[in-house]
Design a protein around this ligand. Structure first.
Ligand code: GCU
Length: 429
């Protein structure tokens, strides 16, 4: 869950006090224009997925692969998330397994702490990636790599004291292990701050040529750096004998859901993408302007996207892409999108519609897309296709219900071998 949504009681009390503050009142005023009513969603035309920029139709998988996909990718890279420039000097990258606990979670799992270090003469940064695998796996396992809000050095990744099979952060590690999955956690702030504004001591600095001290308008911001870190973690996993790196899904919630989608779009080695309530700049369509809008996002988090994105705030219709095109960049790989009915800020309907429209590309590539332009009823997941979806009751969080559907969908596609090991408590399923 994001730091924004998980405010402890003390903070809530402070916020109540602060809500009397003139600045808080101003922020509330500024949100009065937010659309939470379907009848106020403006009419819009989505940019076509299957028409080349020069106007000719895309009719074959080959044309998609070699021409249209690169066009769309380049638009997202240059106008939305920012492209990763070539580093000023080659990066030296080192991986080191710092610590292995082989009897983790009542002896069911192995937990490894892996340091990834990047260095050149401009600076050095590290990531601490956690890798959990079943102790009794017959061979390399598929895994879910999660972009995490919690620091991988924190107790969040220790066993929950009262909930068997769970990590303290609520991730159901026992259920993953039992199904034969590995779990990989990558911390979002290892390479860039949550709401970074300086970019002087971030991974970006290692890429600046002499004279540059800030990303250019079409260069990566925060989400771009988080996605890059996910790819570097996959570089490591390619060398880890316990993981089958060809079967790694990337997942994230909220801001991390946005990052997960961009990770899968920019790195086709990821076998699947899982978006949990990723909302604005994630699965939701920009043009609906429901809930959070581009303008709201760039006002609060100016550098999550690249600076070019600012130019479209309030002018979403001028964007040459919309987010169904981001989801289509995941095709033909399986894609799972989750929404929550009360998470209006993330525009659940916009998330579904985007996944529905991305279906055009899945169908062109011979895959099974969502069946209807209307979302399914609450708590009726669509799990039997290459694009899956559910909307559950409740608000902005990753609930056990979400995990259960995600693991069912991922099991169908990534085909883990169920691990039968004695000792894992039943209720960790
Ligand atoms: C804020 C932000 C959202 C983001 C969310 C989160 O609410 O506006 O875009 O998804 O934080 O990461 O929880």
């Amino acid at each position: 869950m994001s730091p924004f949504r998980r405010i402890p009681l003390v903070m809530t009390a402070c916020c109540l006090a602060l809500s009397l503050h003139p600045l808080a009142r101003e922020a509330k005023e500024a949100d009065r224009d937010v659309i939470y009513d379907e009848s106020r969603v403006p009419a819009y035309d989505l940019p076509p997925l299957l028409v080349m920029d020069e106007g000719s139709p895309v009719t074959t998988p080959e044309q998609w692969r070699t021409r249209r996909r690169p066009e769309i990718f380049s638009l997202f890279a240059n106008l939305v998330y920012g492209r990763v420039p070539p580093p000023a000097e080659p990066l030296q990258t080192r991986f080191a397994v710092l610590r292995t606990v082989s009897g983790f979670l009542d002896g069911m799992a192995v937990r490894k702490e892996v340091r990834l270090e990047f260095r050149n003469s401009r600076g050095a940064l590290d990531m601490l990636v956690l890798v959990f695998v079943p102790k009794h796996a017959a061979g390399p396992v598929p895994a879910i790599l999660v972009h995490s809000f919690d620091d991988t050095r924190s107790p969040a990744f220790q066993p929950h004291p009262a909930r068997p099979g769970m990590l303290r952060n609520g991730w159901p590690l026992g259920a993953l292990i039992r199904r034969g999955f590995g779990l990989v956690a990558v911390y979002q702030q290892d390479l860039v701050g949550h709401n970074e504004v300086e970019f002087l001591h971030t991974i970006h600095a290692l890429f600046y040529p002499p004279g540059q001290s800030f990303p250019k308008a079409n260069e990566w911001g925060v989400l771009g750096a988080v996605a890059w870190g996910g790819s570097r973690a996959l570089d490591y996993l390619e060398q880890d004998p316990d993981i089958d790196a060809r079967r790694v899904a990337v997942m994230g919630h909220s801001k991390m859901g946005k990052a997960a989608l961009w990770t899968a779009a920019s790195d086709e080695r990821f076998a699947m993408a899982i978006s949990v309530q990723s909302g604005c700049a994630g699965a939701a369509l920009w043009r609906r302007r429901y809930g959070e809008t581009l303008e709201k996002m760039v006002t609060r988090f100016p550098y999550w996207l690249c600076r070019n994105a600012w130019k479209f705030a309030g002018r979403e219709d001028d964007l040459p892409v919309d987010q169904h095109m981001l989801l289509a960049l995941v095709a033909p790989r399986p894609l799972y999108v989750c929404s929550a009915a009360e998470d209006h800020w993330a525009d659940p309907r916009g998330e579904y519609l985007s996944a529905w429209h991305a279906g055009e590309v899945y169908r062109l590539l011979g895959r099974r897309a969502l069946p209807s332009p209307e979302p399914p009823p609450l708590m009726e997941p669509i799990l039997d296709r290459d694009v899956g979806y559910h909307i559950r009751k409740g608000g902005h969080s990753v609930d056990p219900y979400d995990w259960e559907q995600i693991l069912t969908f991922a099991s169908r596609h990534l085909k883990p071998v169920t691990v039968s090991s004695p000792g894992l408590p039943e209720n960790s399923r």
